[in-house]
Write a protein that binds this ligand. Sequence first.
Ligand code: GLU
Length: 490
Amino acid sequence: MNNNIRTRFAPSPTGYMHVGGVRTALFAWLLARQKAGQFILRIEDTDQSREVEGSVKHIIDSLDWLGLDYDEGPLPKAQKNNYFQSERLEIYRQYALKLLENGRAYIDPYSQAEIQGFREQATVTKQPFLYRNHRPNNLNTVFAKNQPIRFLSRPQAYQWHDEVMGDMKAGEEAIDDFILIKSDGFPTYNFAHIVDDFEMKITHIIRGQEFLASTPNYLNLYEALEISPPIIASVPPIMNENGNKKLSKRDGAKDILQYREEGYLPEAFINFLASLGWNDGTTKEMFSLKELIQEFSLDRIQKSGARFDEKRLIWLQGLHIRDMDLEKLYRIVSPFNDNPINSHFWPKSAYNNQFDKNYRLKVLKLTQQRLKTFDELDGLSRFFFEDLPVNHDLISNHKQLKKLSSAEIANLLQTSYDEFNKIDDWSFDNIQNALNNLLEITGKKPAELFSLIRIATTESPASPGLADTLELLAKPLSLARIQSHIKSLA
Ligand code: GLU
């Protein structure tokens, strides 16, 4: 028995990559990396009518963004170039010839119209349509161009084990004489993937559940080819947010690369993908890539569909931002760096002359605790770089503050001003002490007083912690802003 694990991702180049596809790739990649095996990318381009230009590049770019590197696959990444099925037609033909020779395949003599007739007949008699019931008496096993080749099945019942779905079984009615090679000379998926997985020494097939119903047919063909099947893991679909149907473009299944444009972190996105239908058996939700490689197992993939909830992605992104090295975060949100995200997230004023990288790093360190998406950086940091106009709505819309009169507000702010003015050494601890004193002096609750001071010094609906914010703004600016807010009330 060969212990070397080899998994593959086998997309068809029929459009952009979405979450479902890339999650399958992630699972196959995790297994290969965990077992120090190989991960192979194979492009299944046998249905030329469905091919969409640019899809292959899109698949490669998506895997690249997420860091799902492959050991074998199409050029230019890997060295060999026979990982496109369209370049492997001769291989499939050889396998088909062998089956013809052994009497396990035959030429399909019927026209499309005739087959349609059989189908309709089955509908009338309320029988499931099976091609094998119309198998011609004298089977032609001589290869002929432009004629489909069909498998000569040997119907039987099967029991098999699926790593995700458990023990499965199907009766002989699941078996049919399916097409191996189409009239255009291209193989069907049903045939090509079996040949390729064998030729490429794949040990584990990880794919969508839509292939479960055909698995008995595949088992029948494996037998005819005298191949022992790889381990199969059928992954459930990703469902829409309500969990009542398969996720579609209309429910927000978007292009994977769009998440990159929107500033999502690959590590957060991978964490999100893994959580769609997999967990480690505990309540743990945040996983680094290293942890996923360690913990992943096929038998912990759930059997039923996973709900797609983009709010979870945003939440996970917040966790990963907080966990991130500050310099790395700085590189991501700042312009003119090597990051593929071209847009930048700072307000323009962050680049005024009086501010340097060191100051921006301090601002970022404070906002890091609150950021969930990078485009929140502007709103959470702008007041560190420019004076914002006094915004009275922030007070009149505030739950605790709207009941205060202008005179009361002016009073509270003046008391705060005087207390802050006493501080010689403008440090976090001294500011925090002054804030505590102010609670005693005014008899107000933090939700009231601190909100008021925060609004007067930032003119923003949200900011990092108050003492941190004031410390970084420094004493002159903090006092000046309180002063102008008081003036605006007069
Ligand atoms: N080409 C198939 C698809 O994109 C792959 C299925 C498989 O992984 O075997 O659905």
